[in-house]
Design a protein around this ligand. Structure first.
Ligand code: ZN
Length: 717
């Protein structure tokens, strides 16, 4: 669209006489030739005296293209105008959206204008009712954009098809026999079956390797001649035997145990050079199937033949080229056409193909020479993993982290394993080209890490050492890793007061005689870890409770367990005090209203006395001593806000010992609930009777008089 040329065309403008009553917008049209092409220009004006010279928008339509020009911002857009009457779609000239009566609000200047739209090439009327001018234009715009979209999709599809075709053409031929032989040896271990069925001293044998069936003696007969007949050793299920016909070794399998067939499955990779310096990894699913043919005879089912079949199908190819994203193609089967084909995207859901580790054909590494993966050390990694890895993942990883070559060659196999498993957080500096900086450890520990093959626990401790600015010996690192100290919360706080060696020694000492580090005994290990956890807990509590940690008696108590226990108790008390302080600040009205409530609620007789809580802290203590939930914020808040009142009912003999807690509504003296210790109701009937009497007195105003109040006060004093 020649936007600049179109912008230069003067506006149509609307004469005052063309204004329509009740309309919000008026549209006017013209057809102009721009660059030898017919352009339908529709302008929308606000229906106001002062807006008749410059339109809000100018909608331009040619045979194949469209665009909307916003006069105010000077911007072009390709949005839709307004598809339907519905509000959900916004007309371009009004950001606030279109109303239900859009038709009345958006009118066209004259029938001539409408005819100009209807006659424009490409515009077709297709509804049973007459269409508004904007529906006509919008339908056309939708047609054009749908067509563009189809073409775009087609082009994309063609490009993909082209890419697939090119990749297929550049994928070297493969000798299937070689793949199957390899699979037979590394996956199926060239396993054959010797099916057998005994009949007296005879046995019938069917060999899956050669397919032959034969009858042999396994026990000598009574006759003299039979002792010279060829014999085989007695078949036993699962044992190894030799086929009397072809000499192949096979596993004995009784005829009756054999289902009509069984199969084993596995996967295999082969890598080939792709184009100049790339590689393609091809993923095969291989299958070995064993079949036993049976026929029915008078004496029952009889083995007739046996066979085994190896087959393979290539299910995925992954193409690697330097500097390009890896491309995965998948082999699919079209059920309708019955044809196999390659596709560049995976299937959805459970049908999707996943590529997992599998044995790799040796010649892959020869093919790798001269490719950009030549120095990836993939072969060394595969050897360290007994030949079974996922080369696709390795190549992907190598493209992102070329350092894995170095890690593999140094023997840090477990580090590479972690990275293969997407645990990439172990990498400290992705740009580093040295092992120590790459992993964030001290240089002097590299040897030790290599000795452990890159053990994850050891590595974590080394990373921690550097982060903490500590210097630990090899032995200390091993012990810390053994104890898994790094997983124990707050253990580094302890380090501020005691050296690592002293700490390790102490843990060893507390663990007791005979419990040593590095003896690989699981009992010793769990004992050491338990002691370490107790010790760390103990020290942390001492620190939090504000003890002077320069005191060596605190750092190394004679009896760890006893001291730990003491700290737990002290710590709990401190936490409790903290809570009481907190609630007194959070719910201050409980204390403030105590004096008033006391006058209202205090009462006593010969046995029991009752009074409101003095402050929030007292309620918390009541809850804690009686082990019920009155100390929770819900009750504190209700009391604080005057919704309910918490009363303490106690024995007159022991006015300081919590007994029963009552929740009452101060407006009408309704008792919501009452409980003793552990949410129980001790002396239930007596207490209920007592409380009923008490409520009656409250209602009659017999409590709360000055006299009663003073009486109660005297009691409290
Ligand atoms: Zn055989």
């Amino acid at each position: 669209m020649k936007k600049k040329a179109i912008e230069k065309i003067p506006y149509i403008g609307i004469e005052r006489t063309s204004r329509k009553r009740g309309a919000k917008y008026i549209a006017a049209t013209m057809v102009k030739i721009v660059d030898h092409e017919k352009h339908l220009i529709t302008e929308v004006y606000r229906n106001k005296k002062e807006n008749l010279t410059v339109p809000l928008v100018r909608i331009v339509l040619t045979k194949k293209d469209f665009g909307t020009f916003f006069t105010e911002s000077g911007e072009w857009s390709r949005c839709l105008i307004s598809g339907t009457f519905y509000v959900s779609k916004y007309p371009v000239w009004d950001k606030n959206g279109m109303k239900w009566d859009a038709e009345k609000e958006n009118v066209i200047r004259s029938d001539e204008d409408l005819q100009r739209i209807k006659r424009f090439p490409g515009i077709t009327e297709r509804r049973w009712r007459s269409q508004t001018w904007y529906e006509l234009i919008n339908d056309r715009i939708e047609d054009i954009s749908a067509k563009e979209r189809r073409e775009r999709d087609k082009r994309r599809c063609q490009r993909r098809q082209q890419g697939l075709k090119e990749r297929e053409e550049n994928t070297p031929e493969i000798d299937e026999r070689k793949i199957l032989d390899y699979a037979d040896s590394v996956i199926f271990h060239e396993k054959h079956y010797l099916y057998y069925k005994k009949d007296g001293s005879w046995v019938r044998v069917a060999c899956s390797k050669c397919g032959g069936v034969t009858d042999r003696r396994w026990k000598p007969g009574i006759s003299y001649e039979s002792q010279f007949m060829p014999m085989i050793s007695e078949p036993r299920k699962g044992g190894l035997g030799t086929c009397p016909l072809c000499g192949a070794q096979g596993e004995w399998e009784p005829q009756g145990k054999m289902k009509s067939y069984n199969r084993n499955r596995g996967h295999i990779f082969i890598g080939q050079k792709y184009r100049e310096t790339g590689m393609v990894f091809r993923y095969f699913e291989v299958e070995k199937e064993y079949q036993l043919g049976l026929i029915c005879e008078e004496r029952g089912q009889v083995m007739e033949n046996a066979r085994e079949k190896l087959s393979g199908i290539e299910i995925a190819r992954v193409y690697f080229e330097e500097g390009k994203m890896p491309q995965k193609d998948y082999h699919k089967y079209n059920q309708y056409s019955g044809r196999d084909f390659w596709d560049d995207c995976n299937l959805y859901g459970t049908q999707s193909i996943s590529i997992d580790k599998a044995p790799i054909l040796k010649e892959t590494y020869e093919e790798m020479r001269g490719t950009f993966l030549q120095y990836s050390a993939m072969q060394e990694y595969a050897e360290a993993e007994s030949g079974c890895i996922n080369p696709v993942r390795y190549a992907e990883l190598y493209m992102e982290y070329p350092q894995i070559e170095m890690l593999t060659k140094l023997g840090l196999i477990k580090v590479v394993e972690s990275m293969m498993g997407y645990r990439l957080e172990i990498v400290e500096d992705i740009c580093a080209n040295r092992v120590d900086t790459f992993l964030g450890i001290r240089k002097e520990h590299i040897r030790q890490l290599i000795r452990s093959q890159g053990d994850r626990d050891i590595l974590k401790v080394m990373q921690m050492e550097r982060r903490l600015g500590q210097r630990w010996t090899d032995e200390q690192i091993e012990k810390i890793a053994e104890l898994k100290l790094d997983t124990m919360q707050g253990w580094t706080d302890v380090l501020k007061y005691i050296g690592i060696q002293k700490m390790l020694n102490l843990i060893g000492k507390y663990a007791g005689v005979g419990v040593e580090y590095k003896i690989g005994c699981s009992f010793a290990l769990s004992r050491l870890r338990e002691v370490a956890q107790t010790y760390i807990d103990y020290i942390r509590m001492r620190i939090l409770l504000g003890y002077d940690m320069s005191n060596t008696v605190y750092l190394a108590p004679r009896d760890l367990n006893k001291n730990h226990q003491r700290m737990v108790m002290e710590f709990n008390k401190k936490e409790a005090d903290k809570r009481i302080k907190e609630v007194n600040i959070k719910y201050p009205l409980i204390k403030k209203h105590y004096r008033r409530l006391r006058k209202q609620f205090c009462y006593e007789d010969e046995v029991l006395c009752i009074r409101p809580a003095r402050d929030a802290g007292e309620i918390v203590m009541e809850g804690r001593i009686l082990h019920h939930c009155v100390g929770l914020d819900t009750y504190l808040k209700k009391h604080n806000d005057g919704i309910t009142t918490i009363l303490f009912l106690r024995k007159k003999k022991e006015p300081d010992v919590p007994y029963i807690t009552v929740e009452i509504r101060p407006d009408d003296f309704l008792i919501f609930q009452w409980y003793g210790a552990h949410d129980k109701k001790p002396d239930k009937e007596d207490i209920e009777m007592w409380l009923n009497k008490y409520v009656t007195k409250l209602k009659c105003g017999k409590i709360g008089t000055l006299e009663a109040g003073q009486q109660a006060l005297a009691m409290l004093a």
